[in-house]
Design a protein. Structure first.
Length: 184
């Protein structure tokens, strides 16, 4: 048997592994995993009815997203990246950026304790213990942040942490644009 023939399956396998590796590193928007597309861009926040994180029984619906531009930050105590971004969200809130929090698939008592210990950047903290609003929003995991205009329309979706770099390069200009549109 020809020894060269024995290498053909090995070469085919290596080519297949290379193709899979390249494809795993990409998504529909290109190479950046923070640019996952969302079918909700340009549409109203889905209808929901959720309790306040710290005040069980106090209910909110999608109307909380109307009136002024804001960020919807999806977070959880089990998410190490959420912990990493939390201090920066506190800084943004101190600068006047309006943020609503969506506590996603978490334990209420742990989430309340987290905010008490680390600070609360949120105007409202919604409790999505079963993840249904997250599912309706197409959330892949935490953290994710949505920019929502004064009419409750989702304008942008950011996957991953909010940090000084992506805030200044992408999120702040979009947020500022929404604020200016709201003044008109």
């Amino acid at each position: 048997m020809n020894k060269k023939i024995l290498f053909i399956p090995l070469i085919a396998f290596l080519v297949l592994v290379a193709v899979f590796a390249i494809q795993l590193g990409k998504n529909q928007a290109g190479d950046d995993p923070t640019k996952l597309e969302s079918v909700l861009i340009g549409k109203q926040v889905p209808k929901f009815r959720l309790e306040d994180l710290a005040e069980p029984g106090k209910l909110y619906n999608q109307d909380v997203f109307k009136g002024e531009p804001l960020l919807l930050n999806v977070w959880a105590t089990w998410c190490p990246t959420c912990y990493a971004e939390h201090q920066y969200l506190n800084e943004l809130a101190a600068q006047g950026v309006k943020i609503i929090g969506l506590n996603y698939k978490d334990q209420r008592n742990k989430a309340v304790q987290w905010l008490n210990e680390l600070g609360n950047p949120y105007l409202i903290s919604l409790f999505d213990g079963d993840g249904m609003l997250g599912l309706d929003l197409g959330v892949y995991g935490a953290p994710e942040t949505f920019l929502i205009d004064a009419n409750g329309v989702i304008r942008y979706r950011h996957v991953g942490d909010v940090n000084p770099r992506n805030w200044s390069e992408k999120l702040q200009p979009l947020y500022q644009q929404m604020l200016e549109e709201d003044k008109q």
